[in-house]
Ligand binder design. Structure first.
Ligand code: SF4
Ligand code: SF4
Ligand code: FES
Length: 258
């Protein structure tokens, strides 16, 4: 590590994954070592953009806003799924290399860029907002109802929660589980006071909410600090249990009262 006293620039070692997918989208490649002159205040994305501009012009990185709002620069930094534009280098030990690799859960496109299109396919299966009062002029509802779903609207679709969830990452339940990001979307629709669609059967059978065992890894890594498990998943689980496993609610639903 070398430091310039006048500018505060520090030469730091980065290990960056370089590779391509095999025929199944598996990540095939290796970590390559680079020395990068890191300026005070830089985030990981700053360093990689410097590397791309100055030394490795074919390094593939996806980013757009550099403001932690577009959700496109997700990767794994020192083993932790993170937004590269929100991960400050001065919060990491200077005497150890910074390891950057693509999100492991999704098929690789190149280097640090993965194919997250599966998420958009899941999204298409969700019944969209269906207003109860389409033919009435009033869209008024209580502030407390707005507050409850507002948290879920902060999602930037970075898919870090999808990447970290063991049901998808390790057990590969792509066909049976929608993942935390879409359980959030389902919660925001189910809790909306002006929505009339019933998505509980979908939540139980296609979104696979029973596969979530509330480990909270998704909540721990969400850059928007959405309380995914406590505020979205657990309330949805309760609704599913009430509908499908509580005998009185089951009966009322069957005869059309609920
Ligand atoms: S709490 Fe559920 S959705 Fe979140 S990471 Fe754990 S198993 Fe996945
Ligand atoms: S819930 Fe959080 S971690 Fe998941 S996609 Fe949205 S912002 Fe990203
Ligand atoms: S570049 Fe937009 S979230 Fe990082």
């Amino acid at each position: 590590m070398m430091m310039s006293a006048s500018t505060g620039v520090v030469d730091r070692e980065f290990h960056v994954f370089r590779g391509s997918p095999d025929e199944n989208g598996e990540h095939v490649g290796e970590f390559k070592s680079y020395q990068i002159p890191v300026q005070p205040g830089w985030v990981v994305l700053d360093a990689l953009l410097w590397l791309q501009a100055e030394q490795v012009s074919d390094l593939a990185i996806r980013w757009n806003c550099k403001a932690a709002k577009c959700g496109s620069c997700s990767a794994e930094v020192n083993g932790l799924p993170s937004l590269m534009c929100k991960t400050r280098l001065d919060h990491m030990p200077v005497d150890q290399p910074v390891m950057v690799r693509p999100m492991r859960t999704f098929p690789l496109i190149k280097d640090l860029v993965t194919d997250v299109s599966w998420n958009y396919e899941v999204n298409k299966k969700i019944t969209p907002f269906t207003p109860i009062n389409d033919d009435q002029p009033s869209w008024r509802y209580y502030q407390e109802d707005a507050d409850r779903v507002q948290e879920f609207r902060k999602c930037i679709e970075c898919f870090i929660c999808q990447n970290v969830c063991h049901v998808i990452r390790h057990h590969r339940k792509f066909n049976e589980f929608a993942g935390p990001r879409f359980l959030i979307r389902l919660a925001s629709l189910e809790m909306h006071p002006l929505d009339k669609a019933d998505r509980l059967k979908f939540i139980k059978e296609e979104a696979g909410i029973g596969l979530c065992n509330i480990t909270k890894c998704c909540t721990d890594r969400c850059p928007e600090e959405i309380r995914i498990t406590d505020n979205a998943i657990i309330p949805l689980k309760e609704r599913v249990v009430d509908r499908y496993y509580d005998p009185i609610t089951m009966l009322l639903h069957k005869i059309g009262i609920m």
